[in-house]
Design a protein around this ligand. Sequence first.
Ligand code: PLI
Length: 461
Amino acid sequence: MKTIKKRSWAEPYKMKMVELLKMTTEKQRLKAIKDAGYNTFLLPSADVYIDLLTDSGTNSMSDRQWSAFMTGDEAYAGSKSYYILEETIQKYYGYKYVVPTHQGRAAENILSQILIKKGDIVPGNMYFTTTRLHQELAGGIFADVIIDEAHDPLSEHPFKGNVDIAKLDKLVKKHGAKKIPYVCVATNVNMAGGQPVSMENLKELRAYTKKHGIRIIHDMTRVAENAFFIQQREKGYAKKTIAQIVKEICSYTDGATMSAKKDALVNIGGFMAINDWDVFEEARNLVVVYEGLHTYGGLAGRDMEAVAVGIVESLNDDHQKARVGQVEYLGHKMMEYNIPIVKPIGGHGIFVDAKAFLPHLTQDQFPAQTLAAELYVDSGVRTMERGIVSAGRKPNGENYYPKLELVRFTIPRRVYTQAHMDVIAESAAAVYERRKSIKGLKMVYEPKYLRFFQARFEKLK
Ligand code: PLI
């Protein structure tokens, strides 16, 4: 008898309810994408088969989260659910004070207004669209201090999210530490392809910022995924749990903004957390202007209950192994078909290098936007542009020209099966086969803010 060597892993959950999907024809999809101005954000989701637009708010909640929903306290003031959320954040992340918000960008708005003064420099390990916009609206100037490898889709650096302390030091020397209200450090950097920051880098950054009296604000939207990579790749962490690693990451920072719609496995929710009482006092006052009383911040009591349970579930080692494992499965499939993807494979999705996929298109012909539209037409798989359209314009009106021109295949948590992953990779391969015949796009409508959400395009002849 043969001995079986291979042992596959599988998800630590089973399905209790399913959502039926509509299947469409290519003719229907051609019309749908034209009507949507070749922008996948403008497609009705009813016309989408596999939705990889985002991992934000698209997660499946567990039976425990749904049960927690029923225990939500909907009191306007002093909701019991707020105290449960506060206690969970204190226990698992270690931050002292918590202001709930309806989602991440609301926390970014409040924090930016409190900490940033006009003309301040805000260094960050690559930009995120909403984060940078709120920094700019508050009068700040964003400065990218991520390591150079992050801008190279082929670099296999294990921690492409790391901050380049020399770049930061240059800014401090040029502008002075007083002009830098905080360094914004995102864990598992979204725009770099879901790439982690190492613990070593965080410790160095903490030592450097302490010396200069600069805060670190943590965009902890995908902190548990970052912790998984530290566990897998960084010396000394293989035997630590995700929960232990997450707590250590947070301990090197002074506060955080969080979109709970990602790691924390809910459909809506977020918060701002901070260790400094004075900043907290201002934040809990400002939140009543934009969101609601500081004990609900734009959320229903039931939402806060679901976030609290989701935080605990996100720190489960088997959950993260399956979550990132599914993304890796898709990445390896894509590589088998020679599709150019960002390496190493990231935590929340596969990022296809549209410049390498469609080398005959210039960046002004929107290669990533074009590719996302073509993929939809091929199979009804919806992806997202993360290139020149997402990068938008500088405060002076000039276009940003990001080095990375990517299409993001974002995997919602606990939603799709391995068979879905096969369909996705095969669709990408089919489009890759006919890549030379693909024409670019021109932008015919550009909104003022975060243009990627609502811009419209036409096909070039
Ligand atoms: O979408 P919000 O407002 O809950 O969160 C904003 C936000 C902040 N930081 C990071 C790293 C994000 O990824 C993020 C939202 N991301 C979205 C919507 C995404 O599709 O990636």
